[in-house]
Design a protein around this ligand. Sequence first.
Ligand code: NAI
Ligand code: MG
Length: 538
Amino acid sequence: MAARRLSGLIPRSLYLRSLSSSVGSRGQRSSLRSEVQRFSSAAALEELITPPVKVNYTQLLIDGKFVDSASGKTFPTLDPRTGEVIANVAEGDAEDINRAVSAARKAFDEGPWPKMTAYERSCIMLRFADLVEKHNDDIAALETWNNGKPYEQAAQVEVPGFARLFRYYAGWADKILGLTVPADGPYHVQTLHEPIGVAGQIIPWNFPLLMFAWKVGPALACGNTIVLKTAEQTPLTALYAAKLFLEAGLPPGVLNIVSGYGPTAGAALASHMDVDKIAFTGSTETGKIVQELAAKSNLKPVTLELGGKSPFIVCKDADVDKAVELAHFALFFNQGQCCCAGSRTFVHESVHDEFLEKARARAQKRSVGDPFQKGIEQGPQIDSEQFEKILRYIKSGVESNATLECGGDRLGSKGYYIQPTIFSNVKDDMLIAQDEIFGPVQTILKFKEVGDVIKRANATRYGLAAGVFTQNIDTANTLSRGLRAGTVWVNCFDVFDAAIPFGGYKMSGVGREKGIYSLNNYLQVKAVVTKLKNPAWL
Ligand code: NAI
Ligand code: MG
């Protein structure tokens, strides 16, 4: 089976040879099979597929134009399959953030965007979504090249999801309503929901397009202007999307994009006196810095979407095969690089052993390889820093005496591929059960009572998401109310419809994104109190 799953990776002749060589005694077969897996993966990783797209946009977008950075500096953006340079990209720093904020300020104070009708704004966003659809495959290829995620996933899920987010928020633009307030006295009182102004947005590299949409969509719908700082690892798709926005008719200065590093460009944006709001997605550590910079400068409101250590709870009545598949997806999706990854798999003791055996078999079957290859489930991790961090956590798991069920090492000799890894016998206080690993490492813990698993699931500084797998409605209700998390998925996971709010309890964040909830992040409420000439008309 391992050989069959990997067949798409290797030249057909090698594949047939490996299949015929795997006939023999059971012991022989399994050792041959691991040889085959090692050999075929390594061979596949040597043969790179050329990305079917060109890099056309590498400059900063300021005031509707692609420009070099003020310093003239560039930085290399890398292909995670090899660590080699894809392109050199303009490196923005504090000076470029100043330029971008001035453009956004001017576009907000003097430009047409906040003043045009909401319907006109909505039409531009819809035109953009149409253009994204037209360029679906190029955008997906660029995302895969720069991020390492499987192309099929980028092309079939992420780019369509990106367009969908903009359509959803285009729909909101002319439905943002104020209230008429029945105050005491001879007054007509109304609230106006006005755009907040210049929004600063800092996004990470794990879902470059979706993070762009979660931030830019609601901000535009509400009539704001934007300075977006992309992650230094993945600047390319945002610049491509920016070009499409200009084509769709977005006025200059409404959306400005600065590629660059966190401590320079990111920090300058968070502490800028002329930025009216900052939204951030990334690590809890950096989220604290962003909040501090906002507080120390002009007290701009902050929304934060941060790390997680989400439980995935498999109850005793679970259909084990389905639970294994869903728990596998909950953790391994996107190379394990999800803030909401189901990274603590709690399994009821009555099904634990069967679950473990099947989970191991599933992980061993996972097809890892060049993300441009058809049928690939897992590509490389984003960069050497993340790659090293994950390997350190795997080492820590082994040293703390968790049982390494499978994986545990890199795959191939170049790029940032990691074997799908599972630990069992994991205890709550182990580092691998407490920290965000952000990689393809599943930790499996055993539980007895629902009440007890709620306490254990909640015993973390995070509270982003949780998964519950059960056929019992009472158990589902008990768990979904007891878990302190911003999202509880029952018998599903990673359902990310544009309308569903997302965000964290505890140190997983501040505020909510997506859905109706995100609009409040980008609005000011103005109370207009007008004295009535003839109160009797009330
Ligand atoms: P990070 O939080 O440092 O970076 C995210 C964004 O913040 C990037 O655009 C970065 O340039 C910017 N940034 C970094 N330092 C900054 C500063 N001082 N001021 C303003 N902006 C700054 O995350 P990083 O270093 O890429 O990854 C570290 C860990 O964070 C990962 O291993 C993972 O555990 C977690 N992470 C969580 C994500 C999530 O979706 N919640 C996404 C990415 C990482
Ligand atoms: Mg960082």
